[in-house]
Design a binder for this molecule. Sequence first.
Ligand SMILES: *Cc1c(COP(=O)(O)O)cnc(C)c1O
Length: 395
Amino acid sequence: MAPDGQTLAPNVYDAESIPEAARAEIDRLLISGDLFRYTAPSDAPVTLLEQEFADLMGARYALAVSSCSAALFLSLKALDLPRGARVPIPAFTFAAVPSSVVHADCVPVLVEVGANYRVDMEDFAAKLPGADAVMISHMRGHTSDMDAIMALCDAAGIPVIEDAAHSLGTEWHGRKIGTIGKVGCFSFQSYKLVNAGEGGIMITDDPEIAARAIIMSGAYEENWKKHPGLSNSCAHWQNKLPLYNLRMQNLSAAVIRPQLPLVAERVEKGRANHDRVAERLNGCAWLHVPDPLGPEERAPDSIQFNLAGDWSDAEALAFQKAAKARGVSVQVFGLSEGNARAYWNWQFLGDVPELPQTRAMLMRACDVRLPTRLAEAELDFISGAIVAAAEDVKG
Ligand SMILES: *Cc1c(COP(=O)(O)O)cnc(C)c1O
């Protein structure tokens, strides 16, 4: 609070601080120098993290790696797809997702996303024939119709990888996101719910996928023996698969482990924060927060909303500027130069198809960070500034 009682514009770009409990463990690791996950005979911090994360998610196997992108890449590699395999992905996602597909020598097939940020099921069904695997990005935690997606993919025998990078804590019919497909991948990059700077983890119940991913993540020689319960599969694959060396190191695990018990609290806070801001925004005729699909319980640390009614590009840009002048940074996905979430900027794919639905959504969809630590007064400052900015332009 400023001295005059007015709330200052909250800083939404600072990451979460790391729990005090991480310090002693980091100190211990610095003194011993034991940073490599495979040095200790057992109970290395990375191994303990894998056990704890698997328990938290109710998954059989977890493999901690250097990033969620690495986890997505290894998931595709672990499925043993042919070179040039076609992998449908939502066209509304972060550039790292099509990049991971290209990295795995596969071809991303961009699927239309509707005004509610979710996969357009008609376009998905049309693009599924000929696919070898599907990668569903739960972008910003928004969950597409997983019942329909799984029914179509199961019927066609096509494996589903869930990009749950930003969806830790989200549930679908009460089931944890990331446990619905064959593999689920999560990020510990600083802007996600658990902050380790960088890091990722994949979970699966399939021992063959787990074993292959473990070897390829860099469990060279017999280091795979430090992953419990997979000896037969790993012994089979040793020396038959490349070692991509995408391992996590112990310091990252030491930063992540004390945050896992905080996830439930952050999820609850994130939901309350989001709903408080959404209610204010939906009270303004020019703004609209799309409803989630029925079975979804999201774990948001940001809010997305659409400019509702008739807005020109110039008005949308004026709105962005007006919000900024009021202390709140709003990004219209498709109107911020070079945005990595706008599919037309993925020039590394070569010719990107035109996707009118997704484009229309991106040109009017707005993104605002809402870190779970924000207090109610800060949330009200943010929603107040956004509504006032809309009225500045349209009022
Ligand atoms: C952050 C993010 C990624 C990439 O995660 P990294 O750990 O930075 O590689 C992928 N997909 C989505 C939806 C993300 O939000």
